[in-house]
Structures are given as C-alpha cells and as structure tokens.
Design a protein around this ligand. Structure first.
Ligand code: FMN
Length: 344
C-alpha cells in the first residue's frame, strides 16, 4: 500500500516522498523589486533540509500590478531569475524538488493604483474598483504568463504551478461571479485559463509537469460548485494540465452558509472528486498536518500528494518528524541524525 513516504513520479518529476510545501506568500520583498532575498532563501531551503518532497515557491507575479502587495515575488524581468535559481539549486542539494506558482492577483492587487480584472467589480467595499481589461490587453497578459514561465524554467525549477485559485486573475475569468464580459473571454469563461496553460506549455520542456491550482468551490452566495469545477478542470486538463492542486474559495466575502468550516482535511473530498472524475493526479491541501491523517489520504488513494502549509510554517522539519511518528524509512541529514536515531 502507498504511504506518505512512497516515492512518486509524474513525467520527469521524481519525488522522494508525497509531501508538498504549498505556495505561501511571505510578503518579504523589502526592496519591492520582486527579487527573492535571504528571507526567501532561508525559508525555502530550511524546508528542503526538513525533508519535503517538493516545495512550491509562493505566488510569483507576471507583472508589478499583478502582485497582492508590493512585497511579493515577481518574474516579470530577467533580473529576478538569479535569486530564484539560487533557491532552486540549494533545495536540490538537499534532495527537494522545486515548483513555482505563477500568478496575477487581478482585482486583488491591493497596492496597484488601479488593479485590472475581467470586469470592473471590486472584491469588497474596502477594495479599489478594478479596470476592465481590453481584449487586446488579455492577449498581452497571456504573453506575460508565458514569459514568466520561461524565466522560471531558466531558473531551473522542476515544475510549474499556475495559480487558478483563491479569486486571483485566472479564477476571476473562470467565475460567472467576477466575469461579466461579452467578448470571447466572457462567452467562454475558460478561454483565458486555457490560453495561459497553452502559453506556459509552449516554453516548458515536454517532460516537465504543469500543475494548476484551482478553487473547487466558491463560498460566495450562488458561487460555482464542484460540478462546475470538475467541468472547467477537464477543459484545463485537455489544454495541458498534468496535475491539479485542489483548494477552495477566495473569490469574495464568505456567505453566511457558504463554508462548512475548516475542519481537518476539509478540502480532501474536492481533491478526490476531481481525481476520480478526470482520472488525473491531484494534490490535496488544507489542515492535513496530522501525520496519520496525511498518510491515510495517500493510503486511501484520495490524493497522490499531500500539501502541508501552516504545519510547515510552524515546523520546517515537519516531514522528518512525520516520518519518525509514522515509523517510515526516510533519509535524515547526517547532521541531524542524532535527533532521529532510528531513522537515519
Ligand atoms: C501565510 C500564507 C500565505 C499563503 N500564500 C499562498 C499563495 O501564495 N498561493 C496560494 O495558492 N495559496 C497560498 N496560501 C494557502 C496555502 O497554500 C494553503 O492552501 C492553506 O494554508 C491551507 O493549507 P494548510 O491548512 O496546510 O495551511 C497561503 C497560506 C498562508 C498561511
């Protein structure tokens, strides 16, 4: 039976275990130039030393106004490549693979003077009203995603994750709640996402997997549900997505009865559904930081990989400790073997 420490391979991405560090914005680019600094280096490399199979670098934006805040990472310039490469190389040295989440915040770009979006609808009453992108600008945006992906590949990443979740730009296009356009990008809500996927694929080596993060359900009143997300994920799969990273929500204010609570494993049923319906590999995420639970999600084949976010913010060595708790064979850095005597 498979468990959390069974190696995994998708295309030419080979993982030593099933543990993913999901993307988590650090809002730590103090120079506001989108370039990763020592904080990012130490943050990611510690989790590599801590045993994660694959680390997904936080939301990294395709243009300055695509950032949630000016403290976010970017890949809109070649000058931003070396600092990412330094992180990737060091993570590789410690046995972890690295993906990066390529994104645009759209109407959720808080520091943009005028954010852009499919339609001029603000996120909430405290947010700026975004400007509606022209059809021509949408095509330019696809090109920005292509260029950022190309830079990520140059930085040596092992996989790309496109951010199609949490109410950011791609999600804004795929949701009837935020996309009221009448042009081709409104008639087909998946058109923008599809074009981004195809653009990313065009600059990725053919054996490099493309992951897409999706919000499987929306928590606003009358938001889309699992039936719709299975349908649009199928379109994205046909456009070239190799694996889905299944999250939820983020599109607006949560309706009174919108969310059943964030109990342990609360998003696993969504991941399982997309996996089953599309016959596609998935990453499950959301309150999976209890090792036995994470292990069961893999053992029961509800997901192929499990992401542990806040658990890894609390403890960079989450994976090493999970292996010890579950009594699984696992490689421990020699320097730390005295702390894990039976496992090294
Ligand atoms: C500080 C912080 C920053 C986050 N930033 C991102 C991000 O950049 N991209 C993203 O898709 N999700 C982001 N998330 C969501 C996480 O990737 C993850 O889905 C969420 O924390 C639930 O998993 P957990 O219960 O294991 O923490 C962030 C979460 C946290 C706590």
């Amino acid at each position: 039976m498979k468990d959390l420490f069974t190696p995994y391979q998708i295309k030419n991405l080979e993982l030593k275990n099933r543990v993913v560090m999901p993307p988590m914005c650090q809002y730590s680019v103090t120079k506001k130039d989108g370039i990763a600094n020592d904080w990012h280096y130490i943050h990611y490399v510690s989790r590599a030393i801590g045993g994660a199979g694959v680390i997904i670098i936080e939301m990294t934006d395709v243009e300055p106004d695509g950032r949630i805040t000016d403290y976010d990472l970017g890949l809109w310039s070649d000058e931003q490549i070396p600092a990412i490469k330094r992180i990737v190389d060091a993570c590789h040295q410690h046995g972890a693979k690295v993906a990066i989440q390529i994104a645009h915040a759209g109407r959720k770009a808080e520091d943009a003077a005028v954010p852009v979006a499919p339609s001029p609808i603000p996120f909430d009453e405290n947010s700026k009203t975004p400007r509606e992108l022209t059809t021509e600008e949408i095509k330019e945006m696809v090109e920005k995603f292509r260029l950022a992906t190309e830079r990520a590949v140059k930085a040596g990443v092992d996989a790309i994750e496109i951010h199609g979740a949490h109410g950011y730009l791609i999600h804004q296009f795929q949701s009837p709640f935020t996309n009221k356009r009448t042009d081709e990008y409104g008639q087909d809500l998946t058109k923008f996402g599809k074009e981004v996927i195809q653009a990313a694929k065009s600059v990725m080596p053919s054996e490099m997997p493309l992951i897409m993060r999706v919000s499987a359900v929306e928590y606003v009143d009358n938001g889309y549900g699992l039936k719709e997300s299975v349908a649009f994920s199928k379109v994205y799969q046909e456009a070239g997505v190799d694996m889905f990273h299944v999250s939820a929500g983020g599109e607006g204010q949560i309706a009174a009865h919108g969310r059943p609570g964030t109990h342990a494993a609360y998003q696993v049923p969504f991941a399982r559904e997309i996996k089953e319906k599309l016959n596609v590999p998935v990453i499950a995420v959301g309150r999976l930081d209890e090792p036995a639970l994470a292990n069961a999600v893999i053992g029961n084949e509800e997901a192929d990989l499990v992401a542990v976010g806040r658990g890894m913010l609390r403890n960079p060595y989450w994976t090493l400790e999970a292996a010890a708790t579950l009594k699984k064979k696992n490689t421990v850095p020699t320097q730390y073997s005295p702390a894990f005597p039976s496992r090294s």
